[in-house]
Write a protein that binds this ligand. Structure first.
Ligand SMILES: [Zn+2]
Length: 686
């Protein structure tokens, strides 16, 4: 998820409306605050590393008027290192009434500044011993001033005043409404969520609805059971007077999984068309990445009061306006990448969001074809160009930084696209499938290096360079291209392409295999050049003159081509210095050649003076790319400055000594002096 958050937070500071985000951006979205998690670590928050959480049960009662929660959370955990105490993450806005283990009350302390509930066990527990505690607590979720607005009681876009009770815990919000070990790194093996609400409401959560009880006090209790590993932030509630719209998904002949849409009654009819696309999306993703991960439970949408979508496990929460085909596909994709495999720490969030963003496009490609895919990828690229910093998130205290759309979502998606370009379609889909089903990560957690390991194992390619520059590096390559096609006899030609990269910070240049399509009169052929230097020349022998070429013709790479220049009679190697050579022939009449070379793109003037120092003509006066240049000077046809401006041509010059001067500036000429200046003498002999 968090399809919206990121964009909206950007909007707060820089007024940019990114139209390309279209599908995932909802103008009616609730703006979440950008509060920093300044009371805990800026690095990945580990929770209490002395314990391994095994199971959560949330037995909660929600009321509105007043908005309130009271309940009991059961936590089963295994001790990892000998201890007589541990802590859970819980907002100081909640009041704990008791902590009980095996019917015996335990001592506990709330640390309000760190939002931690410290519990003292009845004795010292050794490593691998397990215990279960029950925490009875109450309060108004999200009432703490430090709240990340991860819990709501309404939907401002619902005009009938019916309350909606909902959660959105990612990344640090679980503690605002229930005590847990608040890190995605520690999944529990299973969970139960029992929700007691007013009897005209339906309460939705993860897994299977195993029982609904009508109580005699005007309430109902919904008992949800999730039998798969789950990260604490994916445990959710969504509660209101839903209409239920259900379509079964037949995953094998005669076997069905419920696909259930819990939608506001007044809203259902307008979105049925898009909801009906869900089943085909499940089928398409299942074919690509393996079965839907929770076939024995369900897939559900539950409408809620935040603007975007959030991929709660088996129970995606969807805001007003989030039911676009793209957002439905994006959140569904998370069931494989995000929920089944979860980023271990938030700095690797691209493994969730970059994947879901790209999978939405893959769904469109599978359903609507290549042209639709290309158009949509162009939009993703447009956002990715705006990305600042490394995809590997550096500031984990900042929710806006974690869920930055351009970087985490768009550029993350482009990274997968580029990987597909490198390894090819077949291997790409094989490695995605393997990653999704690898027993080390499936229903567990992963970091970038885990995904990289799979990509290298399946492709057989060392991809250090790729992940280093695209996940841990910044920006994208900017190329300058020089080329020519030189006859070498028998009708054959050598095509030469010089690739120069502008200086980048980190990496200094990008190593990438680059496809180049070469056109001769006989048709086209595509070659791949492995560009692993800041400046490099590639050669290909061709059966005929190359009339044109296309650099990265299928647009696999996030890049910019700054210039493309055809350079004649040159080896295309960029000089390592500036130089002005002796003219040839010399003495001369009527013409001679003057050669110079530039080691960098520069502003250049080349002028001829007579023996008195008066300018005779200007042979060059422009910005030029690095390379070797040859200029002809002909005393019968040259142009010289005319009095009053302009040029006049073809004046004959007397025999004698002349001078020519090359001056080079790094940008435009200025008075403070040139970077390089050299003068040489030549003799005109008539
Ligand atoms: Zn997402």
């Amino acid at each position: 998820m968090k399809t919206k958050i990121a964009v909206l937070i950007i909007l707060l500071s820089v007024i940019i409306i990114n139209a390309q985000d279209g599908a995932e951006y909802c103008s009616s979205g609730k703006v979440r605050n950008e509060k920093r998690l300044n009371k805990i670590l800026q690095t990945a928050y580990p929770g209490d590393s002395k314990i391994d959480a095994l199971y959560y049960k949330l037995n909660l009662r929600f009321t509105t008027n007043p908005n309130y929660l009271d309940g009991t959370v059961t936590v089963k955990a295994k001790v990892l290192e000998s201890t007589n105490n541990f802590f859970l993450d819980l907002s100081a806005g909640m009041t704990v009434n008791s902590v009980v283990k095996d019917g015996i009350s335990l001592t506990y302390t709330m640390f309000t500044s760190s939002n931690q509930l410290k519990i003292f066990l009845d004795r010292t527990y050794n490593a691998y011993e397990e215990f279960t505690v029950e925490i009875q607590y109450e309060g108004v979720p999200g009432s703490n001033p430090d709240s990340f607005e991860s819990f709501g009681y309404s939907d401002q876009y619902r005009n009938n005043g019916v309350p909606v009770i909902w959660s959105l815990s990612q990344p640090y919000g679980a503690r605002e409404w229930w005590p847990s070990k608040d890190t995605p790194a520690d999944k529990v093996d299973s969970s139960d969520v029992w929700l007691t609400v007013q009897s005209d409401f339906i309460a939705v959560s993860n897994g299977k609805l195993v029982e609904t009880i009508t109580n005699d006090n005007g309430t109902k209790t919904f008992k949800w059971k999730n039998s798969h590993p789950i990260a604490n932030y994916l445990i959710s509630v969504a509660i209101t007077n839903y209409s239920i719209y259900e379509k079964s998904y037949e995953y094998s002949p005669g076997n069905f999984m419920p696909v259930i849409h819990y939608i506001y009654p007044e809203y259902l009819n307008q979105i049925k068309t898009n909801l009906d696309k869900t089943n085909e999306m499940i089928r398409i993703f299942s074919e690509m990445f393996g079965d839907y991960p929770y076939l024995n439970e369900k897939y559900a949408h539950a409408q809620f009061g935040w603007g975007g979508g959030m991929e709660h496990q088996t129970a995606t929460s969807m805001g007003w306006g989030a039911f676009s085909e793209s957002t439905i596909a994006h959140e569904l994709a998370h069931q494989w990448f995000g929920d089944k495999i979860t980023c271990k720490t938030w700095d690797h969030i691209w493994l969730n969001e970059g994947f879901a963003t790209y999978l939405d496009k893959l769904y469109h490609e599978a359903k609507y074809g290549t042209e639709t895919f290309k158009t949509q990828m162009n939009d993703v690229f447009a956002s990715a160009y705006q990305a600042q910093g490394t995809i590997h998130v550096k500031d984990l205290s900042n929710v806006g930084s974690i869920f930055n759309y351009a970087r985490t979502y768009a550029k993350g998606a482009v990274v997968l696209h580029m990987l597909r370009g490198i390894v090819g379609n077949e291997i790409f889909f094989e490695l995605m499938n393997q990653y999704s089903n690898d027993s080390r990560y499936a229903y567990g957690v992963a970091v970038t290096e885990d995904f990289k390991g799979i990509t290298e194992q399946i492709s057989g390619i060392d991809l250090d360079y790729f992940f280093n520059e695209w996940i841990y590096g910044e920006n994208f390559p900017r190329y300058r291209l020089g080329w020519n096609s030189t006859p070498i006899g028998n009708g054959k030609h050598t095509f030469k392409l010089r690739i120069n990269q502008e200086v980048n910070s980190s990496p200094q240049f990008f190593t990438m295999p680059i496809k180049v399509k070469l056109w001769t009169l006989n048709g086209d052929t595509t070659v791949t050049y492995f560009n692993n230097a800041k400046e490099q020349v590639f050669e290909t022998e061709m059966n005929g003159v190359v009339t044109k070429f296309e650099f990265d013709p299928d647009n696999w790479i996030l890049k910019q081509v700054l210039s493309t220049t055809e350079i004649d009679n040159d080896d295309l190697i960029t000089p390592t210095s500036f130089e002005l050579y002796q003219n040839y022939p010399n003495p001369f009449n009527p013409d001679t050649n003057i050669t110079y070379k530039l080691q960098a793109a520069s502003y250049v003037t080349l002028k001829v003076y007579n023996i008195l120092g008066k300018e005779v003509t200007t042979l060059a006066n422009e910005f030029q790319q690095p390379g070797k240049y040859n200029v002809e000077f002909n005393v019968e046809t040259f142009h010289q400055p005319r009095q009053g401006g302009g040029l006049t041509g073809g004046t004959s010059l007397p025999s004698g000594i002349y001078f020519y001067t090359l001056r080079v500036w790094d940008s435009s000429p200025d008075k403070s002096g040139s970077e390089f200046q050299k003068t040489k003498k030549m003799l005109l002999l008539k």
